[in-house]
Write a protein that binds this ligand. Structure first.
Ligand code: NAD
Length: 466
């Protein structure tokens, strides 16, 4: 772990499993209460100096971290594949994406607003850092989602404690080695541990702000735990994104992009397309094209040549998905396609395409977070908007059509923080990303995301000496 500018071990360890083999990959540190207190103490001690530095100095450190990540991309990608399961090429995209995200965030500036400049008075508002930030990341994109938090928290002048998921701590811990010489001691700390570490972190009185990405269920606990000392909170939570396919699409152009909108990272993406609504005019044609494409996709170990989809990251999620699919089968839902999986003890699930399951089935209503694509037939656009919006979530949505204007118009009626037309999942460090309803609380990305790590400070001077 990286604590107070030093790489330290912990007395206790957690086991990290390679999901492609279900075997132990490594032992990672399980931080003690003492480790946590030391890291928070170091961060608090480092804050006055770090926050007083010119923003350009902090920017340089973040850019240097991006360079180091890029220079170590091969080792980081292999580690990420081994602990997360995603194919090597996808792991590499994540690593490079994390570096790009840091660079993008580092290009932002904290605005200074002049509120009044009159004969009577001068008034301006700046955005000052909050203090010590706890960043908590999930297991689906350990490095990229950590970068979403590292960049803005540090650029704004906060000190940081980053905690990866116990299922995927290794690549994140490796960041500690890369960051060691780039920041003053205590500014950037990385600790790992079992699931009880999260609540200890979120309730700790030494934390001023929590930036959390994970499930809606855990998000609620984080919010409750933060209330004790009124910590600021940003929550990026679950989603059940609809993809709406309009009547005029060209199936041959659409199929591949739509397939990956749902199945990238084995479907373990908050903004994966999890409910695919297809206009009745193209339903059969698109269903058959998706099935034909799915037949060409290899599921396997991410380090094996040709693998496009890896295993589910961890056993609890694997078991949850197996039950969800089993329930669907017992309920008589039609399976348009169920692919092959390797003969291996790893947590592999087949690519599964469901043929028009009932709207109220759990496989449609719940966030699956796995390689499952329910295809849902609709007749009218009013009907599909009602169905798409009938969810407690509101993270993302996509509309696919030849008539881009009609798609845009339909998109204005969908309840979601981001609506994509003719693509899905495109994110940028310069654009705000926020969940509506139970998908989130606050913003990541763009200036809005940066400002979440600050508090406004207004100074007013009356133009009269006393
Ligand atoms: P999770 O909620 O189980 O865990 C997320 C993190 O919280 C982990 O680091 C975990 O150790 C920690 N944690 C667990 N219990 C805690 C507690 N009581 N207090 C504080 N921390 C605690 O989520 P997951 O299973 O790792 O990730 C999958 C979920 O994340 C999905 O629902 C997915 O949609 C969501 N997600 C959302 C976004 C987004 O940007 N909106 C991005 C990726 C994933």
């Amino acid at each position: 772990m990286l604590i107070a500018g030093k790489l330290v071990a912990a007395t206790n360890k957690i086991e990290v499993i390679n999901p492609s083999t279900a075997e132990t990959l490594a032992l990672a540190p399980d931080a003690s209460q003492g480790d946590l207190d030391r890291a928070i103490g170091a961060a608090r001690a480092a804050f006055p100096h770090w926050s007083a530095l010119p923003v350009d100095t902090r920017r340089k450190s973040i850019l240097a971290l991006a360079d180091k990540i890029e220079a170590s991309s091969e080792a980081l990608s292999r580690l990420l594949t081994a602990e997360q399961g995603k194919p090597y090429a996808d792991a590499n995209s994540e690593v490079m994406g994390a570096a790009a995200w840091l660079r993008g965030t580092a290009s932002l500036d904290l605005p200074i607003t002049v509120n009044e400049d009159s004969e009577a008075r001068y008034s301006e508002t700046r955005h000052v850092p909050l203090g010590v930030v706890a960043a908590i990341a999930p297991w689906n994109y350990p490095l990229l989602l950590a970068a979403f938090k590292i960049g803005p928290a540090l650029l704004a002048g906060n000190c940081l404690l980053l905690k990866p998921s116990p299922f995927t701590p290794l690549a994140t811990l490796k960041l500690g080695e890369l960051a060691l010489d780039l920041f003053p001691a205590g500014v950037f700390n990385i600790i790992s541990g079992c699931n009880s570490l999260g609540p200890k972190l979120t309730s700790h009185p030494g934390i001023d702000k929590i930036s959390f990405t994970g499930s809606t269920e855990t998000g609620r606990k984080v919010l409750a735990s933060a209330s004790g000392s009124l910590k600021r909170v940003t929550l990026e939570l679950g989603g059940n994104d609809p993809a709406i396919i309009m009547h005029d699409v060209d199936v041959s152009i659409l199929t591949e992009a739509l397939f990956w909108a749902a199945f990238s990272n084995a479907g373990q993406i908050c903004i994966a397309s999890k409910r695919v609504y297809i206009h009745t005019a193209v339903y059969e044609e698109l269903r058959d094209a998706l099935v034909d494409y799915a037949k060409t996709i290899k599921v396997g170990d991410g380090l094996e040549q040709g693998t496009r989809i890896g295993p589910i990251n961890n056993r609890p999620q694997y078991e949850r998905l197996r039950h969800l699919v089993q329930d669907a089968r017992q309920a008589g839902i039609l399976f348009a396609f169920e692919g092959d999986i390797p003969n291996s003890p790893g947590y592999f699930l087949p690519v599964t395409i469901l043929d028009n399951p009932p709207e109220d089935s759990s496989i449609v209503q719940e966030e699956q977070f796995g390689p499952i694509m329910p295809l849902l037939r609709f007749d009218s656009y009013d009907e599909v908007i009602t169905k798409a919006n009938a969810t407690p979530y509101g993270l993302g949505a996509s509309i696919w059509a030849k008539d881009e204007e009609a798609a845009w118009e339909l998109g204005t009626r969908v309840k979601a923080g981001t609506v994509w037309i003719n693509e899905a999942r495109h994110l940028s460090p310069l654009v705000p990303f926020a969940g509506h309803d139970q998908s989130g609380f606050g913003v990541e990305g763009g200036l809005d995301g940066l400002l979440e790590f600050t508090v406004p400070k207004t100074m007013i001077r009356k133009r009269q000496a006393v």
